[in-house]
Design a binder for this molecule. Structure first.
Ligand code: BGC
Length: 732
């Protein structure tokens, strides 16, 4: 039986410069067929057409993996597209292999050529078969895509004549053992948004607003003016004067240039995407601009939507929508930090922080399975985990809270969907990471000699432009050492591993943590994040003391100061210590710094920084100021588990045992969450009836699940069904 590995990697035999090559093969079928299949992969991104019909819906195929080790191929049933004489055309763009911006070194560690590997398998009705692999009999043409880059955009010239074909050459030195069938979700065009308004900015720029910051590209009708050149620029935000602002894209050009051939053409980029809400038009005559002709296409991984949240407070509702858009904008095959600037990398810390919320809102098991396999493949010999995955071979790696993605992400995937496979597949990599931390201590039990930590990234306790925060990085290191190990122990037990070594190590780590970091009086040990970690990770033997410090700090300044490390646990911790009132205060706060401050400034996605836009409307440093970064969207956990009150239980995962613990706040009026599980739909809702403290609660438990409800200090057990109760709610 032939496989894709029987085909050859091919590339154009002559230098096409920056133009995108299209590989071609004419396939004659002289007998009736039962089935035809296209197998395809590329070094770069490919787009396949059979008889001018697009094959499949996967954009940016074959996907982004740790290319040196793993390269996906796809299998498409193309029976319905086949005729007697067939023209197969496959364009190959640079994709993430040729990543020529700030992180330039990526190219050198993968391969130097873009290339195609493909095969068509035909099963004839008479039982015979044919196999048509890529080889030197294929031909190649220069496409009208003269330049294409993920970050910079695309240049297309429709006047360019593409008829001439050239020879191809076979590449024998590309390792075919790395080819694997698709593991992740396909990236697809998931939604189309219409333009909402046309603006002329104070500078006189012609700008279209799509009303939503998003990730994708614009599909537009190219005006029929032969030889005319049109340029579209992309931006997430307008500056305080209302002008088009692109400085925060750093080196990413995010521009599209198209030359019209005078024919009616609808164009959208092939191998590029942008993070944008606004586009600026150049080269258009006034009467050539009709906003109906511009559509924003939203692209992300084809995950099933599973979680919903609604409440009676407009700003909180918008915050929730922004969290969902943050996931749409950054779950593009790989969980990325941002979609707009010259970065768009699989930052481990960001993924770790957001994994729980993400896995409630969308079904992520397939998406994360692929990424975790890459993460394990990119793990260093000594157990260190890279900062970004796919890895860019940086010198530094193994940052606490970033590298812990190796443990924390599988934990949430297992707890949410219940398949122990994710634990088995990642067990060795998790173990190596825990042992790495163990090996990097001044004493066993501390993770305090390894110096590559990002710290409490973008927290507010170390001054305006500081990034790593005030909290002692080794405190964070040791706290995550204990926390990740505790999750690892739980997971190991699920698959029947002997975890006694790690249990002993855990006890020791907690002991050392207490000795070295608790109650030292040092400011870097007493930050909001330090107290949150001590409480949330169960590291303190004196929770009242840490709780008091945390509350005092918040009350003194009236706001949060936490960064990437502390923020995901902040509200959970306040609930844990019985101060849900204070958690709501932080949630409802509208002034900077808070979750709602961006919402009051019109944000439609989560910002990277609490002060992305400052109080006076100016921006934080363009060096690092994304308006579509999901990390602070991790507050979504608290909306699901505490506001609406639906939580899962590790011991009966996949919501077989549901924990309902709603903690209503009157300002919200009502809250409701629905979560789709394998057993069916879970619903929790509550609503103040308008009669004083009277609140109506309602819960739905699907067949095959059971629930424990915690309400006003009481505990109730429920089997499947729908239950409603109205009573005077005492509050928290
Ligand atoms: C990214 C972050 C990331 C950080 C590392 C930034 O450039 O955008 O989200 O986690 O670097 O500290």
């Amino acid at each position: 039986m032939n496989t894709i590995k029987d085909a050859k990697f091919i590339k154009e035999a002559f230098d096409f410069g920056t133009a995108v090559p299209v590989f071609k093969k004419v396939i004659w079928l002289d007998k009736k067929i039962n089935k035809a299949t296209l197998l395809c992969s590329a070094l770069g991104y490919y787009e396949a057409y059979l008889n001018s019909q697009r094959v499949g819906k996967f954009i940016f195929a074959p996907g982004w993996t740790s290319y040196g080790k793993r390269l996906q191929y796809q299998e498409y049933d193309v029976t319905h597209l086949m005729e007697e004489c067939n023209v197969l055309e496959i364009a190959v763009g640079n994709g993430m292999r040729f990543h020529k911006n700030r992180h330039e070194n990526y190219e050198s560690i993968t391969c130097n050529d873009s290339a195609l590997i493909a095969a068509v398998k035909v099963e004839y009705a008479d039982g015979t078969e044919a196999f048509i692999p890529t080889d030197s009999t294929w031909e190649c043409a220069k496409s009208n895509i003269l330049e294409s880059s993920v970050y910079n955009g695309e240049t297309v010239d429709f006047t360019f004549d593409t008829d001439e074909t050239f020879a191809v050459k076979e590449l024998d030195d590309v390792n075919k053992d790395i080819l694997i069938p698709t593991e992740g979700e396909e990236t697809r065009e998931m939604a189309t948004l219409s333009a909402v308004k046309l603006i002329t900015t104070p500078k006189g720029e012609t700008v279209i607003d799509f009303g939503q910051n998003l990730t994708g590209y614009v599909e537009w009708v190219v005006p029929q003016r032969k030889g005319a050149e049109f340029t579209i620029y992309h931006a997430e935000i307008l500056d305080k004067d209302g002008n088009f602002y692109t400085e925060n894209l750093r080196a990413a050009k995010a521009q599209v240039h198209v030359t019209s051939d005078g024919n009616e053409r609808v164009y959208k980029p092939h191998f590029s995407f942008m993070g944008f809400r606004y586009i600026k038009l150049e080269g258009f005559e006034k009467d050539e601009i009709d906003i109906e002709n511009f559509k924003a296409i939203v692209v992300f991984s084809n995950m099933k939507r599973t979680g919903y949240f609604a409440c009676g407070h407009d700003l909180i509702q918008q915050l929730y929508e922004n969290i969902v858009w943050g996931q749409r904008g950054n779950f593009l095959d790989v969980p990325t930090d941002c979609p707009q600037r010259d970065e768009r990398l699989g930052w481990t810390g960001d993924a770790q922080v957001f994994a729980r919320t993400a896995s409630t809102t969308y079904r992520t098991d397939k998406f994360f399975k692929k990424w975790l396999n890459d993460l394990a493949a990119d793990q260093h010999e000594d157990g260190g985990i890279p900062h970004v995955c796919p890895d860019l071979a940086w010198d530094s790696y193994g940052s606490s809270a970033w590298a812990d993605a190796m443990v924390i992400v599988p934990y949430w995937v297992y707890r949410t969907y219940g398949n122990p496979r994710i634990i088995k597949d990642n067990f060795e990599a998790m173990k190596k990471w825990i042992l790495f931390m163990e090996s990097k201590g001044s004493q066993r039990g501390l993770f305090d000699t390894h110096d590559h930590h990002f710290g409490d990234w973008l927290s507010l306790d170390a001054g305006d432009e500081a990034t790593g925060g005030l909290t002692d990085k080794f405190l964070i290191g040791t706290a995550f050492f204990a926390y990740s190990n505790s999750l690892f122990i739980e997971m190991g037990k699920v698959i029947g591993e002997d975890m006694s070594y790690f249990e002993e190590l855990y006890e020791l780590t907690v002991k050392k943590y207490r000795e070295v970091y608790l109650n030292t009086g040092k400011t870097e040990h007493e930050t909001q994040t330090a107290n949150v970690l001590a409480l949330y990770f169960n590291l303190t033997d004196n929770p009242e003391r840490e709780a008091e410090k945390l509350v005092k700090d918040i009350e003194a300044c009236g706001h949060l100061k936490t960064g990437f490390v502390g923020t995901p646990y902040l509200l959970h911790t306040l609930t844990k210590i019985g101060r849900t009132d204070l958690a709501y205060k932080l949630l409802f706060r509208k002034e900077f710094p808070s979750w709602l401050f961006p919402v009051t400034r019109g944000a439609t996605t989560m910002w990277e920084r609490w002060d992305g836009m400052k109080k006076d409307g100016s921006f934080a440093t363009p060096e690092m100021n994304s308006f579509n970064h999901y990390a602070y969207g991790s507050v979504g956990d608290w909306l699901y588990t505490t506001v609406a009150g639906i939580d899962s239980d590790f011991n009966e995962p996949a919501y077989k045992h549901i924990i309902f613990r709603p903690l209503p706040a009157k300002e919200l009026g009502y809250a409701k969450s629905r979560i789709l599980t394998e057993n069916g739909e879970i619903i929790s809702s509550w609503e103040y009836t308008g009669n004083g403290d009277e609140c109506k609660f309602s819960f739905t438990i699907p067949n095959g699940s059971h629930a424990t409800l915690y309400l006003d200090d009481e505990e109730y057990e429920f089997e499947s069904g729908t239950y409603t109760t109205v009573f005077e709610y005492k509050g928290f």
